[in-house]
Design a protein around this ligand. Structure first.
Ligand code: PEP
Ligand code: MN
Length: 276
């Protein structure tokens, strides 16, 4: 399989490993967990400790939130980044956080270990070029109305500026189905891993929007060959200032990790067998 016009991102027989501190995304299965939004010190530090204890490799948390309504909580901004730094100091977990605006890229880089480009900004070409000029790993979410080809072209924009550290993230697309918030397109994960050399992870939280569906889609992500996943975890989901209905408690996340771990081992053994 190949896509016309894709050069730097195109599959080349090797798989790119994106290094984030001690975490090698693309070598083994990477789990990113944390709150939708950073809300306060206690919330983010406690959540960070809990997800670390459950086996997460990185902490996520939004300081700048792209909300549907301008009246909804927009994130703590700079203060949120400082709190993420505190959570990193306590746990050692690298930080994944979204950047919304080209004007913020340089200073968000001082706090983020991975710059997240959200679904709504996937085709913000100015922002893609700006993060492409940095040396920070970029987590590029698929736009909810975007094709696989458009998504991979956006990765190409970042690579074309010289930043080769791109992680693709399938986060669900809009379909006619309204029971789920989005439809997590696992076929896109398999396709993107065949079309490119980049690591591909899933976001079963935004991909379903339903707490009851996250574990099943996380297990399916491991089974379909994803390089990792990102989920929302909050110490007190009921009090969350954004996406409270889809946030897992640390206990629920920990129980899910206990099921995921043996499946990761099983898939690794299967894949080794294939390569021998
Ligand atoms: C998020 O991960 O916090 C987020 C806003 O996700 P998305 O851009 O996929 O909607
Ligand atoms: Mn969210």
């Amino acid at each position: 399989m190949e896509l016309k016009g894709i050069k730097l991102a195109a599959a080349n027989g090797k798989r790119t490993i994106v290094k984030v501190g001690k975490v090698n995304v693309g070598a083994g299965f990477t789990v990113i967990a944390g709150p939708c939004s950073v809300e306060g010190e206690e919330q983010v530090v406690e959540t960070a400790i809990a997800v670390k204890n459950a086996g997460a490799d990185m902490l996520r948390g939004g300081a700048f939130k792209p909300r549907t309504s301008p009246y909804a909580f927009q994130g703590l901004g700079f203060k949120g980044l400082k709190l993420l730094a505190k959570a990193k100091e306590v746990t050692g977990l690298p930080i994944v956080t979204e950047v919304l605006d080209t004007r913020d890229v340089s200073w968000v880089c001082e706090y983020a270990d991975v710059l997240q480009i959200g679904a709504r900004n996937m085709q913000n070409f100015a922002l893609l070029k700006e993060v492409g000029k940095t040396d920070k790993p970029v987590l590029l979410k698929r736009g909810m109305q975007s094709t696989i080809e458009e998504w991979i072209n956006c990765a190409e924009y970042i690579l074309n500026e010289g930043n080769m550290n791109v992680i693709l993230c399938e986060r669900g697309i809009r379909t006619f189905e309204t029971f789920t918030r989005n439809t997590l397109d696992l076929s896109a994960v398999v396709a993107a891993r065949q079309l490119t050399h980049l690591p591909v992870i899933t976001d079963p939280t935004h991909g379903t929007g339903k707490i009851e569906l996250i574990e099943g889609m996380s297990l399916a992500s491991v089974a379909c060959g994803a390089d990792g996943l990102m989920v929302e975890v909050h110490v007190k989901p009921k009090d969350a200032m954004s996406d409270k209905e889809q946030a897992m408690t640390p206990e629920r996340f920990s129980a899910m990790m206990a099921k995921i771990r043996p499946l990761i081992g099983h898939m690794e053994r299967l894949n080794k067998g294939e390569n021998q």
